[in-house]
Write a protein that binds this ligand. Structure first.
Ligand code: NAD
Length: 453
């Protein structure tokens, strides 16, 4: 049993705290957000993440997990201090390290004994050296801290399972003994543990996210070509995915990647590369394709509806992916911005992100479910592939719409079945012909003459 402090109780910090406690360690989560800490101490979970609530409850009850805003009390006898604060994008695309800086200084000022400080946040290459210097500058001289870089690879929506069954754990340090002590914390997970130097560990995280983002932009480019040439990108991806050299993951064409990691991490890697004289042209293209992918959805709407001025557009899904309430850099936000800019009214629904969305999107009205959202809309967009949307009564959905245009930004429906149900269905890269307005008019006339039951 080890004594662990985790700085930051967000998506990564809270999941790490609860999972380390569940492995039998004594864990304190420290956060400067007093409201969050109060909620956690009452047993309430401030984020939506499957399995997390049960895990937190179980370990609080067992006395292995506490939360505090007080660094002195939280660090009192810590052997390991994990830094899990946010590293968002700065104005130039760089990782903004202000939260890490504040957390590191607070650690240095409040530690009363030696400890291993573990960088779990995604930090730029060289950050472990910088954290080491910052600690030395601010701590009392008789205390020794080793720094280990331990990037986190969990995914929101399956964070607990990902933490408990990782593909690998990466540990970078110039202090082998410290890295081995951190490795021992992960030993019960029985996964490959890679020990390396700090800069390599930091780069493994950025390179991994950049490759996953590249796969998404790659398949989105292939989707655009499929649309022109009449192929179906879903089947293309399936056929490619059987090849073990390629793999099926991250080959889903759609509205592009979002969330709190891929966009900022690709930007930060591109920024680091540029600043250090490299020429990251692939990363730039990956970002360009991803930005344009949001506009593809609007093009599809315009192609059928003409102008979007005074149209009412329904959105199904706001979170950047299913099983989370996280709206950070969610594609839906940019799409809503573009729709409003063109004069459309937006109505939206998400199974988990409604509270956060209400606070963030005053220009949007919200439906209580998919059907209420669709009611009277000129078009419906699927932006997040929640399971709930895969099981809708599509006839009811079709009847709710004023005009049966459905742009499926996640390719969750079958084009032929949707057309049979009376929808004008547009997926992403599904090989549909690019219809001219005249062809759409003919289609619409035929649809009006033969209303569905
Ligand atoms: P988050 O914004 O959800 O949580 C950060 C928390 O840190 C907040 O609760 C905030 O109040 C707290 N905080 C800020 N400054 C503090 C300070 N000085 N002292 C104590 N607490 C402080 O962030 P997140 O999504 O958990 O991400 C954390 C890091 O992990 C980032 O670097 C991110 O890139 C990385 N990461 C995130 C994910 C993910 O899926 N969210 C996955 C892998 C890696």
């Amino acid at each position: 049993m080890a004594r662990i402090a985790v700085i930051g109780t967000g998506y990564v910090g809270l999941v790490s705290s609860a999972c380390f406690a569940d492995l039998g360690n004594d864990v304190v989560g420290i956060d400067i957000d007093a409201t969050k800490v109060r909620l956690l101490e009452q047993g309430c979970i401030p984020i939506y993440e499957p399995q997390l609530e049960e895990l937190v409850q179980r370990n609080r009850t067992a006395g292995r997990l506490r939360f505090t805003t007080d660094y002195l009390c939280g660090l009192a006898d810590a052997e390991f201090v994990f830094i899990a604060v946010a590293t968002p994008s700065g104005s130039e695309g760089e990782a903004d390290m202000r939260q890490v800086e504040a957390a590191t200084i607070a650690i240095a000022q409040h530690l009363v004994g030696d400890a291993v400080v573990v960088n779990k946040s995604t930090m730029p290459i060289g950050a472990a050296d910088w954290v080491t210097q910052l600690l030395r500058k601010h701590q009392t001289p008789d205390i020794h801290c080793a720094v280990v870089s331990n990037p986190e690879f969990l995914r929101e929506g399956s964070a607990v399972a990902d933490f408990m069954q990782p593909d690998r754990v990466v540990l970078g340090s110039n202090d082998r003994a410290a890295a081995e002590r951190v490795a021992a914390l992960y030993q019960p997970l029985k996964c490959p543990i890679m020990l390396t130097d700090t800069r390599t560990a930091e780069m493994i995280k950025y390179a991994s996210n950049a490759l996953l983002a590249t796969k998404i932009s790659f398949i989105n480019e292939i989707a655009a070509i499929c649309e022109r040439l009449g192929a179906d990108v879903r089947q293309v991806a399936q056929g490619m995915g059987y090849d073990r050299r390629i793999g099926a993951a991250f080959l889903d064409a759609g509205v592009g990647y979002g969330g709190s990691c891929f966009p900022k991490d690709v930007r930060a890697l591109e920024h680091m590369a540029s600043v250090h004289g490299s020429h990251p042209q692939l990363l730039r293209t990956v970002m360009d394709i991803n930005r344009d992918q949001k506009r593809v959805v609007l093009q599809k709407l315009r192609q059928v509806l003409g102008t979007l001025q005074d149209r009412t557009i329904g959105l199904l899904g706001l979170a950047f992916k299913p099983n989370t309430d996280d709206l950070r850099d969610a594609p839906a936000l940019e799409i809503i911005h573009l729709l409003c800019h063109e004069g459309a009214s937006v109505r939206a629904y998400d199974p988990a992100a409604m509270d956060k969305a209400r606070a963030l999107l005053p220009e949007v009205t919200f439906g209580r479910d998919a059907y209420e959202t669709a009611q009277g809309c000129d078009a419906l967009l699927v932006i997040t592939e929640w399971n709930e949307f895969k099981q809708l009564d599509l006839r009811r959905l079709r009847r709710a719409l004023a005009f049966p245009l459905l742009v499926d930004g996640r390719n969750i429906y079958e084009p032929d079945a949707m057309t049979r149900l009376g929808f004008i269905y547009c997926g992403i890269g599904r090989g549909q012909p690019v219809w001219s307005p005249v062809e759409y008019l003919a289609h619409e006339t035929a649809r009006t003459l033969a209303p569905i039951s």
